[in-house]
Design a protein around this ligand. Structure first.
Ligand code: FAD
Length: 332
């Protein structure tokens, strides 16, 4: 069992920013628990190779309020820079630690990992994002075609295949353009126009469509998937049936409500309830990044780490770790 002042769960942009801001504010020790063997798993696992990482994403421009910021760069440069940020700030990140349970007891959060370890701290910040739970379609995916239906791009991207990308956000647009380099691609979007993608992605998509590299299937809804030899037959609501080798759904992620509720976080309209600093109704339990911001972007995740630490510094900064939490409880 180890004790810290703050336990941060998740080493994505929000978790890293929280730990950096804490270091800059002189608040510690901070232990960051990350389930994967690397930083920023959403960037590692869901961004395609060479992807442009834009600070203006989903049409949202967010000015930096804290120490971390970035300009447009590739996925690989972004990941390299985040590793340097973690090293320069001597962040204590424990990899391969999936947090499975958090209990609030005696003024401390008891944080349990899948490895059977326990960490304790008076303050906990949950920054696990929403992409651990991708949104799935409402119709069933038959077992026979599951290996052809993807919610993240496999390490080996397909080549020479007939691919259907489903979704209409920036991530879907970028994936479709990326896949169109080496595949025959169609993109199915239920609206008749793109309305939430940035201008560059809009232009790239239209360029690909004009060059015949992407078939834009606007205002289409999928009704059913069925096995079709080595392919998946996609039946659209307008009656058309098209077989594909590979389907890639990019519909966004879901708040891990059950996990948050198990710690006592209240939900309103399926969103966790917090104040503007990310503090939940459970005192000293904070949420950061995609879990709390209106539209998830990296800059918003960075800024939410700053907001969390500002509140911890002003409200709980004088507490010298676990003993202070205990003392606070005894005197109340
Ligand atoms: C395909 C795609 C492209 C995108 N492109 C851009 C872009 O160009 N620009 C932009 O600003 N935004 C982009 N975004 C959005 C951006 O990635 C998110 O807003 C951002 O990553 C949110 O950061 P976060 O730290 O809140 O969560 P995440 O980045 O999701 O990080 C969460 C971390 O927590 C870890 N974790 C999860 N569960 C546990 C657990 N139980 N215990 C321990 N660790 C755990 C995960 O492994 C992960 O490392 C994109 C998103 C996608 C899906």
């Amino acid at each position: 069992m180890e004790t810290a002042k703050i336990i941060v769960v998740g080493a994505g942009p929000a978790g890293i920013a929280t730990a950096v801001e804490a270091r800059e504010a002189g608040i510690g020790p901070v232990i960051v628990l990350e389930k994967q063997a690397h930083l920023c798993d959403t960037v590692v696992s869901l961004y395609h190779q060479g992807k442009r990482v834009d600070p203006v994403y989903r049409k949202v421009k967010v000015e930096p309020t804290g120490k971390l910021s970035f300009d447009t760069e590739t996925r690989e440069d972004f990941l390299r820079r985040m590793a340097i940020v973690a090293e320069d700030h001597r962040l204590d990140i424990r990899f391969g630690r999936e947090v499975q349970k958090i209990i609030s007891q005696d003024g401390l959060f008891h944080v349990y990992t899948g490895k059977g370890e326990e960490f304790r701290a008076p303050v906990a910040v949950i920054a696990i994002g929403i992409f651990g739970k991708p949104i799935k379609p409402s119709y069933p995916i038959p077992a026979e075609v599951k290996d052809k239906v993807h919610f993240s791009l496999p390490r080996e991207a397909p080549e020479g295949k007939k691919v259907l990308v489903v979704g209409g956000g920036d991530a879907a647009a970028e994936a479709a353009c990326f896949l169109a380099n080496k595949n025959e691609v169609a993109l199915s979007y239920r609206r008749s126009e793109f309305f939430r993608i940035n201008e560059l992605n809009y232009c790239n998509l239209n360029d690909c469509a004009c060059l015949g590299k992407i078939n834009l299937m606007m205002a289409t809804d999928i009704k059913e998937l069925t096995p079709h030899g080595e392919r998946v037959m996609v039946r659209f609501a307008h009656g058309e049936e098209i077989p594909f080798d590979f389907l890639f759904y990019n519909l966004g992620g879901m708040t891990p409500a059950a996990f948050l509720e198990s710690i006592g976080v209240e939900m309103t309209d399926k969103k966790p309830r917090t104040d503007i600093h990310g503090e939940t109704d459970v005192e000293r339990l904070f949420l950061a990044g995609d879990l709390v911001v209106e539209k998830g972007t990296i800059m918003a995740a960075f800024n939410s780490g700053k907001a969390v630490i500002d509140r911890i510094a002003s409200r709980y900064g004088s507490m010298a770790g676990a003993e202070a939490a205990m003392a606070g409880k005894e005197s109340s």
